[in-house]
Design a protein around this ligand. Structure first.
Ligand code: GDP
Ligand code: MN
Length: 346
């Protein structure tokens, strides 16, 4: 059982662990970033933070993905930002292209509607492609074939706290599937039929539901009845997936694969603006043991405009305007109270 205590620092030094020794007992894992060449500066800024607070102690490889080849500058300057190995991967066309069953007239019409409802990025087809890739494609990339855990890192995010233990090792040792920092309500207009489609899927596959799931968190409507109504039964609570530390075996499971396939055929990645965050979150909330999902309260994190700011001397510069320390939740989109209500602090 987890005590909620932080793990011992570098707790595998006893096994001969040395961050700069490639033969050290590192977990089968990578840092993972989908990023555009134009975001080079913001990517380096994210890398600096994560290298300083964590990865320089462990040197896990970085794997960068792009729908077009990375530029020489991108490769040179990101390589220079880490001592770890860097891999640069192009996404295969068949993983990125808009599927042939998506009707482009219907997409254009929906895009207009999304725009009218002020859904951010609604009309931008590449944003839909990105959400679909993060939902059901990234872990199928040949470069990740033999990799199990990943830490997703976006450009322009910030990490504030010294982390002295191998978080991948921690995930494996504690048998965790998924780690998050921030948990939010989503814009219900972006996902009106996601929950109805999910219900159809579950009706056809009741066996995929985990007996110790977090369904109550998925459907709770008490704090946001209007969200629940507009999203047709889904609370819209989701793990904010620009940060994820997770075990790809879950995405590679038959349950998730069948679920993604069902959603993909339903078309909502394009006719609505289904994000990978609600898709991942609903799947985790229904198909996984809720005790295998972990809140990394100790990882200080920001992706504009939200923060996870631990109250700890190990954290520097975590702006506390939207302060959360596990007890106080001062922004209205924060759904962590619901998570703790149904699942607890760990
Ligand atoms: P937001 O966080 O929802 O505002 O969306 P972002 O613009 O940050 O996009 C999410 C992630 O996907 C970021 O890591 C982006 O770099 C990446 N991304 C988005 N669209 C594309 C794209 O068309 N090509 C590539 N290579 N990366 C993209
Ligand atoms: Mn982002």
């Amino acid at each position: 059982e987890d005590t909620g205590e932080p793990p011992e620092p570098l707790h595998r030094a006893d096994e001969g662990y040395a961050a700069d020794n490639p033969n050290s007992p590192r977990i089968n894992a990578t840092l993972l970033a989908l990023v555009r060449n134009e975001e080079l500066g913001d990517m380096i800024s994210s890398m600096r933070d994560l290298e300083r607070t964590w990865n320089s102690k462990f040197n896990y490889p970085w794997t960068f993905f792009n729908d077009v080849p990375f530029s020489d500058d991108f490769i040179r300057l990101t390589r220079a930002a880490t001592n770890a190995t860097c891999n640069y991967e192009v996404i295969p066309e068949e993983h990125w292209a808009v599927p042939n069953w998506i009707n482009s007239d219907l997409f254009d019409e929906s895009a207009k509607m999304l725009e009218e409802q002020e859904i951010q990025y609604g009309p931008l087809v590449s944003y839909h492609q990105m959400c679909r890739w993060n939902s059901g494609m990234f872990y199928k990339h040949p470069a990740l074939k033999d990799i199990r855990y990943y830490w997703r890192v976006e450009p322009k995010v910030h990490f504030f706290c010294e982390i002295d233990y191998d978080v991948f090792r921690w995930m494996q040792d504690h048998n965790k599937t998924y780690g998050f920092t921030i948990n939010l309500y989503d814009a219900p207009q972006s996902i009106p039929t996601l929950w109805p489609e999910t219900k159809k899927f579950i009706a056809a596959h009741p066996e995929y539901k985990h007996e110790n799931n977090a369904e109550e968190w998925v459907v709770d409507s008490k704090r946001r009845p209007e969200h629940n109504m507009k999203a047709n039964g889904y609370s819209t609570c989701h793990f904010w997936s620009n940060f994820e530390i997770a075990d790809m075996e879950f995405w590679r499971s038959k349950a998730y694969e069948d679920y993604f396939e069902h959603l993909d055929r339903a078309g909502g990645f394009f006719y609505e603006r289904w994000g990978d965050a609600p898709v991942h979150s609903i799947a985790l909330g229904l198909f996984e043991d809720k005790n295998k999902i972990h809140w990394f309260r100790d990882i200080g994190y920001q992706h504009i405009p939200y923060f996870n700011c631990p109250k700890s001397p190990k954290c520097k510069g975590c702006v506390t305007g939207r302060f959360t320390d596990g007890e106080r939740f001062l922004f209205k989109e924060d759904c962590r109270p619901n998570w703790f209500k149904y699942v607890g602090m760990d």
